[in-house]
Design a protein around this ligand. Structure first.
Ligand code: BYC
Length: 334
């Protein structure tokens, strides 16, 4: 069915209106893999879950600009500077698509931003770790954007249309980010002993936090079951984490590096790598606000928001002026 043709009118007018019909229709769309669109009826919990996930995702994108933004002036060449600048700008763009997607669900962008800078909203755990060397730009692009792609490609098939469509472009850009990160790691690993050591140190520090990005184990995941049922998530946290490890280990070997996991081994019978235990306490500490850089990240975001006050004020003064002009033109025309 053409999505533009399917208004809610037949269900909303006259005697036939019934909440059960609406819910059944929603469930039928989900079962038939049809997209739910902004104006369609949806259960409150579905809307709430999406606003939570999409806004957390948007916050991750803009907080994610900070660790890499720190290195723009210190990139080792003009070419690397231009590439990093473009990447960080892309992340800002991703944030904008995602805040817009959250707005289609009735969320207010100012409220979302307030929740972020007041420390009430979550954003990806990964961005609370420091970037200590140039190699970290390689590790972030390769591992963090690599993990993001693994998680976000299935979101292109998410049941909520505006989120799914935003993800298509985001994933294309993330794929460029991942390649530029791998390229940095490749250059370093083919360089001097010191450069190879930098790449290894960076991999050591980013490996476990990258695995934590996929969220808690399935048995500790609060939202997994319901989000899978609603086809917001297409794969569980553990499934995606496993896919990421299986994809990344051959790349680690190609670089001639090693992951900081002594228990990692290939399991011939399952066709997967087995990994050692993840330090979940560290993950829960970081998402509770006690990671190495949480305070610094929120302080930087608060400052950026304060510095932008004049832009918002100027834009709303201009909008008022234009409204007043339009009203006066209408009065004269009448
Ligand atoms: N960090 O029930 P669960 C990027 C929270 S941006 C912090 O499994 P869900 C990039 C979770 O919110 C990457 N919190 O949750 C940007 C929940 O807390 P509440 C960001 C996490 O939603 C710039 C609780 O733990 N990607 O790549 O079913 C530069 C229980 O978890 C994390 C996205 O946001 C975490 N890692 O599944 C470079 C993708 N994990 O709200 C790169 C979209 C879990 O109940 N999001 N929590 O208090 C998702 O796909 C899902 O939200 C997740 C978690 C798989 C992340």
């Amino acid at each position: 069915m053409d999505e533009n043709e399917r208004g809610m009118e037949p269900y909303l007018c006259g005697e036939s209106f019934h909440a059960m019909d609406l819910n059944q229709r929603f469930e039928d769309y989900i079962a038939a893999d049809q997209k739910i669109e902004a104006k369609d009826w949806m259960p409150d919990e579905y809307r709430k879950t999406l606003i939570r996930q999409i806004s957390q995702h948007a916050h991750s994108e803009i907080i994610g600009m900070l660790p890499e933004g720190n290195w723009i002036t210190r990139a080792p060449s003009l070419k690397r500077k231009a590439i990093l600048l473009a990447k960080v700008q892309d992340e800002a763009g991703h944030g904008l698509y995602l805040y817009s997607a959250a707005e289609t669900l009735g969320a207010n962008r100012d409220d979302l931003m307030d929740a972020l800078i007041d420390g009430r909203a979550k954003y990806s755990s990964i961005f609370n770790y420091p970037t200590l060397s140039w190699a970290d730009m390689g590790a972030i692009g390769w591992l963090v954007d690599g993990a993001a792609i693994m998680n976000q490609v299935p979101l292109c098939k998410c049941s909520y249309g505006p989120y799914a469509r935003a993800m298509v472009r985001v994933c294309k850009e993330e794929s460029f980010h991942q390649r530029q990160g791998f390229q940095i790691m490749l250059n370093l690993s083919e360089g001097t002993d010191e450069q190879r050591a930098m790449a290894q140190d960076s991999l050591n520090r980013w490996w476990w936090p990258s695995l934590m990005m996929f969220g808690p184990n399935d048995e500790s995941s609060t939202h997994n079951e319901q989000s899978m049922r609603w086809k917001i998530k297409r794969f569980s946290n553990d499934e995606l984490r496993q896919r990421f490890v299986d994809m990344t280990i051959p790349q680690v070997e190609l670089l001639g590096l090693t992951v900081p996991d002594q228990d990692l081994k290939w399991n011939e019978s399952t066709g997967h790598y087995e990994m050692g235990p993840i330090e979940w306490q560290e993950f829960f500490d970081v998402i509770a606000g006690n990671g190495p850089c949480n305070k610094e990240r929120i302080a930087a975001r608060k400052k950026a928001h304060r510095d932008g006050d004049w832009v918002r004020e100027a834009a709303s003064a201009y909008a008022q002026k234009m409204n007043a002009k339009a009203t006066s033109n209408q009065t004269h025309a009448a």
